[in-house]
Design a protein. Structure first.
Length: 267
C-alpha cells in the first residue's frame, strides 16, 4: 500500500490521543490507563518468540489488547497474529507470572483459528479481584501454541496501554499544528469524513494512509451483540473494530511496541 501524507482538506472531527508512553507509565504506574469515556482500563501485549520461556527464533508476531470494564469484573480481549511456522493449536492467557517465568493457563481462547495468521476479537472473561490485581501488576501474559512449538511459539506480557482521552492534540512536521499541539507521539490519527472513517499511521510527525471505511461500508457492519467485529487491519499494526455496543475501537502499535487503544462513538 502506498503512503501519502495527510491532506490539509481533511476535517478533524474525532478525538486523537498524543501522550507519550513514558508520561503514562510514570503517572499511572501499573494500574492501567483509564478511558475518559466510561472508566475502563486498557492493556496491550506484543508477542514474539524471544519472549517465550524458553525463547525461540520464530519470526512470527502478534498483538493483543485487554479492556477491563469499569466495574473490574470482566475483560474483553482481542488478539491478532501472523507468521507462525505451523497452524495454531491453542492460545491462552496465563497468570500469575512476570516476564521470563511460566504460569498456568488462566483463560483459553475458544474458538481459536487453526491457521498461521489470523485474529480473534471480543472474547470476554470474568475476573476476580485477585486476577484484576495480577493484571494491573503486570502478571498476565498471552501466548500461541502450535505443533512445532507445543509450549508456545510467541508470547507477550500485558502492560498498561492508553485507552484514549477527550483531548485534541495532533501535529505534523510540515508546519501544520492543530489545537496548539507541541508533540507528535501518537501512532495513529483518526479522521471522520462524511460519516466514514479514515485512519493514518503517524511516524515522526508524518501521517501515512492506512485505510478508509466509507459511511456505506461501516453500515454493512452493525453492532454484533455477541462479539466485536474486526472491520480493517493494516500491516499487523493498526486494527479497527466495531464493538458490541456499536462504538468503534482502534488498536495500534506504538513506536516502542507498547500499544494504543482508542474507543469512540463513531463518525
Amino acid at each position: 500500500m502506498s503512503f501519502r501524507t495527510i491532506s490539509r482538506r481533511v476535517r478533524i472531527v474525532s478525538v486523537i490521543v498524543a501522550i507519550t508512553w513514558a508520561t503514562l507509565s510514570s503517572s499511572l504506574g501499573q494500574s492501567g490507563v483509564a478511558n475518559a469515556n466510561g472508566g475502563v482500563s486498557c492493556f496491550s501485549a506484543t508477542l514474539n518468540g524471544a519472549k517465550e520461556v524458553p525463547a525461540n527464533a520464530s519470526t512470527a508476531t502478534g498483538f493483543a489488547t485487554i479492556v477491563l470494564n469499569a466495574l473490574q469484573t470482566s475483560i474483553t480481549v482481542n488478539l491478532s497474529f501472523s507468521g507462525l511456522v505451523a497452524p495454531a493449536t491453542a492460545a491462552h492467557i496465563h497468570a500469575p507470572a512476570p516476564a521470563g517465568v511460566n504460569a498456568p493457563v488462566l483463560f483459553p481462547f475458544v474458538p481459536f483459528p487453526a491457521a498461521t495468521s489470523g485474529n480473534v476479537s471480543g472474547q470476554v472473561f470474568a475476573m476476580t479481584p485477585t486476577q484484576v490485581a495480577q493484571l494491573q501488576g503486570g502478571l498476565f501474559y498471552v501466548n500461541i501454541h502450535d505443533s512445532i512449538f507445543p509450549g508456545g511459539e510467541i508470547r507477550g506480557q500485558f502492560a498498561p496501554a492508553p485507552c484514549g482521552v477527550n483531548t485534541l492534540n495532533l501535529c505534523f512536521n510540515d508546519g501544520r499544528v492543530n489545537n496548539g499541539a507541541i508533540e507528535c507521539a501518537q501512532p495513529v490519527a483518526i479522521y471522520c469524513e462524511n460519516g466514514g472513517v479514515t485512519l493514518y499511521a503517524v511516524y515522526k510527525g508524518v501521517g501515512y494512509l492506512a485505510f478508509k471505511e466509507t459511511k456505506a461500508q461501516l453500515a454493512t457492519f452493525p453492532a454484533n451483540p455477541s462479539q466485536n467485529t474486526l472491520l480493517q487491519a493494516w500491516k499487523n499494526a493498526i486494527w479497527l473494530y466495531r464493538l458490541t455496543n456499536g462504538n468503534l475501537q482502534v488498536n495500534a502499535r506504538t513506536p516502542d511496541n507498547k500499544g494504543y487503544v482508542f474507543i469512540w462513538g463513531g463518525c
